[in-house]
Ligand binder design. Structure first.
Ligand code: MG
Length: 160
């Protein structure tokens, strides 16, 4: 069974969103690196490469299922934030948005009775729980300990 047109379009949109996410995190890595916060930058680079892996995985799945993939233009990402707390507020907000997109893909797969797609997407449904929770936990720690303990967080994030 081939992917429906609607699901193919949704996978294309998701691939683009994963690439946008990768650029967002790379931009955040640059932001931190310029301040000498190399642990934060390292964490963001890992995050960026994971997002690219998601895009690759979705591209392969779509092609395996007979769907067409077109690599389109990726929109510009933000390049500046007020401080580390603001960055992680944005990470958390963004990951919640990605979770909604994945849920929407599952809804389309279910409407199509496309069990293979539903099964493929479930690992991303679970992964988003982790993504949200990790972002929230770093955000809470930054809020609790504040900018004065930024070096401790930088050291912690360098271990990712
Ligand atoms: Mg992702």
């Amino acid at each position: 069974m081939e992917l429906s047109q609607k699901l193919t379009e949704a996978f294309n949109a998701q691939v683009n969103a994963e690439m946008w996410s990768a650029n967002l995190y790379l931009s955040m890595a640059v932001y931190f690196q310029k301040q000498g916060l190399n642990g934060f930058a390292h964490w963001m680079r890992k995050q960026a490469s994971e997002e690219l892996e998601h895009a690759e995985d979705m591209i392969n799945f779509t092609i395996d299922r007979g769907g067409d993939i077109q690599i389109g233009q990726v929109n510009v990402v933000p390049t500046a934030w007020g401080n580390a707390i603001e960055v992680f507020e944005n990470v958390y907000k963004h990951e919640c948005h990605v979770s909604q997109m994945i849920d929407n893909l599952v809804n389309i797969a279910e409407a199509d009775k496309d069990h293979a797609s539903r099964d493929f997407l479930f690992k991303y449904v679970r992964e988003q729980v982790e993504e949200e929770s990790t972002a929230k936990s770093i955000l809470e720690q930054l809020k609790a300990y504040g900018e004065c303990h930024i070096a401790i967080m930088d050291n912690k994030l360098s271990k990712r």
